[in-house]
Design a protein around this ligand. Sequence first.
Ligand SMILES: [Zn+2]
Length: 286
Amino acid sequence: MTLDLERHAKSDESARRLIERFCWPAGRPRCPRCAHAKAYVLAQGRLRCAGCRYTYHALTGRFAGLAGLSPRQWLRLLTLFAAKETAHAMAAALAVAYNTAYKAATVTRLAILADSLDGLAVLGGPLGRELGFAGGVLRPKPADAPLAAVPVFGILEREGTVFVDYLPDMTPGDLLHFNLRFSLPLSRLGAIVYSDRYQRYQTLVTCGSDLLARRIVEVAGRVPAVEPRREGFWPYARERLVRFHGVTARKFPLYLKELEFRYNHREDDILPILLEKVCAVVPDLD
Ligand SMILES: [Zn+2]
């Protein structure tokens, strides 16, 4: 589907209608509280449920409802997100505060994560809370605040599709142990540390571990097998991670999952897919 977001973003009314199409594909609203289909139309896209009297709009209870942007602002923000613009550029283009644009970009990344294979396991666990996901609301922490536990991810690529798996039982300490005791080659890319092949993974990767930064040992004459590669996910991710200046431990999991999504859709127009994801209902994980 080609989607001319610019055309839909010309007025608040047409932007709202497009967003409603994504939220209610059956064409009828549905109460997010009691699932009743009958509603009274109020002003500005708001509805009152005929069953429970709850007042809602298309974005109530959905990822896009967590960021405080109007439908029209969402269409413009997603166009910029798809074009890999920074939160600063988004804030300037939408004439909103930097924090508002940053929050909306974070919501977009959380929606991408939620829809990935292990997304619900990540969001429902301690890492999800570290990323700012607290049930139905968003409680972002400062980007440079340290994580209670630095996560490790395994990267597995098969026939051009990549899987970035969160490994909840693996710690940076384990990586160091494999490095010191079993000569597992490790390399650094700024605060990121990645390994040689490990079990079914082409590489294990983590970001922001002080322990690894201090104690990692080069294995003479050996580098991780992904390091010299020119094709595939790792060179793709490496180039982009270098461009995300100063990626922090807290930003890394969302960036890595975003890269997984972008890589697996590298031949597609990602705008309609992004719109679908931010219009998805926020999962109830409590
Ligand atoms: Zn209701």
